[in-house]
Each structure stands twice: as structure tokens, then as C-alpha cells.
Design a protein. Structure first.
Length: 215
């Protein structure tokens, strides 16, 4: 079947979806001040978490209401949304007090406590912090007229983001290397020869022949 181009939301759709997100966000924000159907006791943490979690939805809703053409406003709202997520992740990972999280591993579902709860959220918090840094630098760079302004600072921010992804990327890379090594050993045991990338070898031979002709 041919792929259908995804159509953008109509102004009426943006209005309805945006107001819905704002309504969802206002409820936990009001809970911070013990107003509405929820209260501080329902937040399961410090009261300001209600502002942070609700603010993520409100920022997303306001971005929809603003529309795609207001890039500066959307950039600021995006920063506010990611800042809310970062605040929640940082509190869970690095804040004071006991931590109990719900976990699901294959067929097992249950609570985990202490470091088993903090470490996954800590990795997520570091990644979110780095994304927030990159977004902020890009926004300031755009406000100042774009590259090459702040190019060095942007490179630093992007390197911080890459470093924060290392706990996820390195195990994936190790798994890929082990899978490739296992496949190579299996081929050796089955055929008596190590696997060869014939296409790569052919390209290298063609390049060497071309270089020899150029000389």
C-alpha cells in the first residue's frame, strides 16, 4: 500500500487537542495548591512536582495553540516542557528520601526500591538534562542570528548529550559486536572459513586499481 502523507492538524484540531492537554495539565498544577479534585497528598512527592508534571502538558497544549509558524514561542515552550520532565527525573534519581518504583521485566511486574529505582531514572535524567542543554543553546543561538554564533558551545552541548547516551549506546554496541563475533565463529565452524565481505573487498580492489592507473 502506498504511504499516505500525514496531514497537519487543522486549526480546529489544534484548538481542541491543545485545550485538552492544558486541561489535563492544570489539574496536577492546581493540586500543588490543594485546589480541585486532587491535593498535595495525591502527588506522591513534594508539591512542586504537580507544577512540573502539569506544566509539561500545559506547555504542549500552548505550543499547539500557537501553531507551527511561531517558532520562537514553540522553542520556549519546548524548553519548558523538557525542563519539567528533567525536574521530575532529577528528583526521583537524586532527591532525598526513599524511592519505590513500579517495574515490568518480561513477565514479572512489581515494585523496586532504592538504587534499582534510582539508576534507571538517573540515566533518563542525565539524558533529559543534556537534551534541555542542547535545546537551550540552539534557542539562544537562533535568537542571536544562528551559526556560527555559539557554535563551540553547541558542540559542547551535543557532546554532553552523546556522553549521557553512553550507558545505553555502549551496551548496544557490545551486543552488536558479540552477535557479529558469534556469527563469524559459527560460519568458521560450519564452512571452515571466516566470513568475507565480498562487496567491500571488490570496492577496495577497484579503488586500488583506479589509484594505480592515476599514477
Amino acid at each position: 500500500m502506498p504511504n499516505k502523507t500525514q496531514e497537519p492538524l487543522t486549526p480546529r484540531g489544534r484548538l481542541g487537542f491543545g485545550l485538552t492537554l492544558i486541561a489535563f495539565g492544570i489539574i496536577p498544577m492546581l493540586a500543588t495548591f490543594d485546589i480541585g479534585p486532587l491535593g498535595p497528598k495525591d502527588i506522591n512527592g513534594p508539591a512542586w512536582l504537580g507544577l512540573a508534571s502539569g506544566g509539561v502538558f500545559v506547555a504542549g497544549g500552548l505550543a499547539l495553540l500557537a501553531g507551527p509558524d511561531r517558532k520562537i514561542i514553540n522553542s520556549l515552550l519546548g524548553i519548558l516542557a523538557v525542563a519539567g520532565l528533567a525536574a521530575i527525573g532529577n528528583w526521583i534519581a537524586f532527591g532525598f528520601g526513599e524511592r519505590v518504583c513500579g517495574a515490568s521485566i518480561l513477565v514479572w511486574v512489581g515494585p523496586v526500591e532504592g538504587l534499582a529505582c534510582r539508576i534507571p531514572f538517573g540515566i533518563g535524567a542525565l539524558i533529559t538534562n543534556a537534551i534541555l542543554l542542547v535545546m537551550t543553546v540552539i534557542a539562544v543561538q537562533g535568537a542571536l542570528g544562528g551559526p556560527p554564533r555559539l557554535s563551540r558551545l553547541r558542540n559542547v552541548a551535543e557532546n554532553v548529550l552523546l556522553l549521557s547516551l553512553a550507558p545505553i549506546l555502549l551496551p548496544l554496541l557490545l551486543i552488536m559486536i558479540l552477535m557479529a563475533a558469534t556469527g563469524a565463529i559459527r560460519t568458521r565452524l560450519t564452512t571452515g572459513q571466516w566470513p568475507r565481505n565480498e562487496a567491500f573487498i571488490a570496492r577496495m580492489k577497484a579503488r586500488r586499481a583506479k589509484d594505480a592507473e592515476a599514477r
